[in-house]
Design a protein around this ligand. Structure first.
Ligand SMILES: [Zn+2]
Length: 88
């Protein structure tokens, strides 16, 4: 299992499965993530809905828009520590 992308903790707990994707929560910082991450092919099927066309359409654009939306909600002074062994 991959460590938490935010705090680097190894302590993750299973929360639930939705639409075939397992959701986990970090026991240290509370991050909720889908794990394992969906493949681009799986995301392509998910984002094929016309509701998402206004966001740009392709998976790469959708990933970027989603990530920027999440980042914009973080407090301005929020700091992300690199995971252990990040610089190796
Ligand atoms: Zn964490």
């Amino acid at each position: 299992m991959k460590n938490c992308e935010i705090c680097g903790s190894e302590k993750m707990k299973y929360l639930f499965t939705k639409e075939g994707f397992d959701h986990q929560q970090c026991c240290v910082c509370g991050l909720i993530r889908i794990y394992p991450q969906p493949t681009d092919a799986e995301l392509d099927v998910f984002y094929d809905n016309p509701l998402y066309a206004v966001w740009g359409g392709d998976v790469e654009t959708m990933k970027s828009a989603t990530f920027m939306n999440i980042l914009s909600k973080l407090p301005q002074d929020f700091k992300i520590a690199p995971p252990p062994n990040f610089w190796i």
